[in-house]
Design a protein around this ligand. Sequence first.
Ligand code: IMP
Ligand code: ZN
Length: 377
Amino acid sequence: MRSAKRSPLSNVPGSVQIDEKILAFLRELPKVELHAHLNGCLNINSIRELAATVYGKETDEFLMLSKRFLTFKKGANLDDCFEKFSFVHDLTASKVGLQRATELVIRDFAKDNVIYLELRTTPKSNANMSRRDYLQTVLECISRARSRYSMKVKLLPSINRGEPVSVSEETVALSVDFCKLYPDIIVGIDFSGNPNKGNFEEFMPALTLARKHGLMLAIHCAEIPNRSEIKQMLMFGMSRCGHGTYLTSADYAYMKQHNIAVECCLTSNIKSGTVESLQYHHIKRLIEAEVPRVLCTDDSGVFDTTLSNEFYLATEAFGLTQTQCIDLTMEAIDHAFASCEEKQNLKIQLDAFISQMTVKDNRVHKTKRYIEKKTCE
Ligand code: IMP
Ligand code: ZN
């Protein structure tokens, strides 16, 4: 049934109505989020709550500022987006702020029925915290969240390509160190930051070291059309590719051959101007070419979205069916940096949901087809 409420597609011209039934299904669907930057995932309500913790009572000026933070001017570009992060970084510059922010972000994903979450964040040092303190704080919050939510949360410390190489070396050294204490939380390294800054080649030694220690690599690649860097990144290798907007069809063949999933973030790409509009989003080509792909939010706060909304956008723009949304979730489980047992458990949870759906709605036909019978070694 269509209603005239504000659509999650409201940033997309021509779309004003929402299909409540599909949206309800997508909200209920147990989801898997593989690309979420901690400081980018605070939504407006959580920013309010965080501001109350950090600054005391909310002020009108602060609320005005928060609203401006979510507003994207027409023709916004990547550089404009990166400037927005400093707003949240001020709020998470203390241990108390960072703790609360981590709790709020985990809570918000849990509210959206995300059952598995890979958070990524750049360890920062300032007058209040060292990078070690930063990581320790986030890891402790993730540990505590376990008893609170049934969701599994993992962490990928990020290398910000806009920062000096020495910082990336420290980030990897700390990650390797913390991995011994939290082996089931720290599972990989993210390479991100403004793609107009930094030289990938210079970060390769730090990334190689991370890989040598068993950390998986999620690399923001082909977010902009930088052909020589894309080639360099693909040759270097990665487990998952962030965005992959400017990959060519030859690159698609490579991703397919090496089973590298492209993390697609629809709203993020449109609001940051790297993709012109939803109908031209490369997820369509990735699906057609059968390249592994997953749907993610990137920065659900900055881009004012949720994972359910991202799925909804895909159903509206590309006619994805409920079954295809389930398949995409299954694909995300396969590409998660989780253990075999954890993946089996996630599949069991998804399967239970499908069985229940089948009773309620005969449009989702397939049951019990996902649980692989293989045993984990
Ligand atoms: P944080 O690492 O928790 O502070 O999350 C925000 C940071 O993630 C930003 O300052 C960027 O370095 C990075 N980031 C967020 N979104 C993107 C993106 O779309 N491309 C590249 N880097 C990003
Ligand atoms: Zn990202």
